[in-house]
Structure formats: structure tokens, C-alpha cells
Design a protein around this ligand. Structure first.
Ligand code: FAD
Length: 173
């Protein structure tokens, strides 16, 4: 994550939130900024403080599937949308189509619900100008942007020469 307010404890202070819980601008845990694991740890901590009698493991309900998105669920769905937009972007876009995709990406970077992710992405767009002269150019730009986030999170980078296979044509046999 970027430089957002992240839970944990300063020296000598009682921890209020488990490590990794990112706070929203309202000072409360931001679900779409926090990993599912950290959010679950916070939810258990909160429940335990409200009901100190421990429950038997078999009586703890499983996490429902239809909960608000955490940072991973939101990210995975969003990358799917963005790369799919690149896959259907024209091979020879008009000036208007190029301007539309640039405006969309800039607005997207402002409105992305994980605010720490959004701030870093806005900086990336400022530094690495959005390339839109063809489908392949935009798809590669997006792949590089995604790799920047992969690197930040310590994940392997993706081979951008394969972005169309992953998101448009399907893998070659
Ligand atoms: P994802 O990274 O979500 O990727 C989904 C699939 O895309 C992969 O399975 C792979 O097949 C393919 N893929 C991977 N890399 C590439 C690539 N370079 N080009 C094309 N296809 C690729 N999370 C944070 O914790 N902190 C952040 O600051 C943060 N910033 C984000 C910024 C943006 C704009 C977005 C959309 C998401 C951000 N995320 C952030 C979420 C993060 O990127 C992942 O989506 C999340 O961690 C889930 O990762 P994943 O391993 O399921 O795969």
C-alpha cells in the first residue's frame, strides 16, 4: 500500500486496529483499502471485545460470500474491467476516442474507492502519460501500470507481450 494511514500501534500505545487495517478519511477502517485478512482480524477483535466469552470454533459462522469488497476483490474485478476495456479499444482510435479513454482513466483514478491506491495511481498517471494511439499501445500502458502495482505489493510482474492473449484472444495452444 501507499502512504495511507495504516493500523497497528506506535511505541507505547495500545493498538486500536490490527496491523494492515487502512483507515478512511473519516478515521474509520476503510474496507475497500484493507486486505480481507486484516479486515477479518479487525472484525474478530471487535466481536471479541463485545462478547468476551470465546465461542467454540464449530459455532463461528463462515464469512458470507456477498460482503462489501475488500482491497483484493475490488482490485481483481477492476483490473478485469480495465484490461477488458483495453481489449475492445479500437486498433486505430479517433481523436475523440483517445480523449475519451484519457478522461475516463483520469476520472477513474480520482474515484477509485481505495483512496491510498487511488492516490498512487494518480501519481503514476502524472509520471507515465497515458498512451492511447492504438489498442496495443493502450493495452501495454495499462499492463505496465498494473505491473507497477504488482511490484509495490511484492507480486511477480506480468509479461506485457502477452496482454492480448490474457485479455482478448485467449492463450495460444
Ligand atoms: P490482480 O493483480 O488483481 O490481477 C488479476 C489478474 O490479472 C491476474 O490473475 C493476472 O492474470 C492478470 N495480470 C496480472 N498482472 C497483469 C498485468 N501487469 N497486465 C495484465 N494482466 C495482469 N492493492 C493494494 O493492496 N494496494 C494498492 O495500492 C493497490 N493499488 C491498486 C490500484 C489499482 C488501480 C487497482 C485496480 C488495484 C489496486 N490494488 C491495490 C489491488 C491489487 O492490484 C490486486 O488487484 C489485488 O491484490 C488482488 O491481486 P490478485 O493477485 O488477485 O491479481
Amino acid at each position: 500500500l501507499g502512504d495511507g494511514a495504516v493500523g497497528g500501534s506506535a511505541a507505547g500505545e495500545a493498538p486500536k486496529y490490527p496491523k494492515g487495517v487502512v483507515l478512511g478519511k473519516d478515521g474509520k477502517p476503510c474496507r475497500s483499502c484493507t486486505s480481507g485478512a486484516s479486515f477479518k482480524a479487525w472484525a474478530s477483535q471487535t466481536k471479541a471485545s463485545l462478547n468476551p466469552t470465546p465461542k467454540a470454533a464449530s459455532t463461528i459462522p463462515a464469512t458470507p460470500k456477498d460482503c462489501p469488497a475488500d482491497v483484493e476483490t475490488l482490485g481483481r474485478s477492476t483490473w478485469t474491467l480495465l484490461h477488458s476495456i483495453a481489449a475492445t479499444y479500437p486498433t486505430t482510435p479517433t481523436t475523440t476516442e483517445q480523449s475519451d479513454i484519457k478522461n475516463f482513466m483520469r476520472l477513474f483514478a480520482k474515484l477509485y474507492p481505495c483512496w491510498v491506491c487511488a492516490e498512487d495511481f494518480q501519481k503514476y498517471i502524472e509520471k507515465e502519460k497515458i498512451r492511447t494511439q492504438s489498442r496495443d499501445e493502450f493495452g501495454n500502458w495499462l499492463c505496465e501500470a498494473h505491473n507497477e502495482v504488482n511490484k509495490k505489493l511484492g507480486k511477480p510482474t506480468f509479461d506485457c507481450s502477452k496482454w492480448q492473449e490474457r485479455w482478448r484472444t485467449g492463450w495460444k495452444d
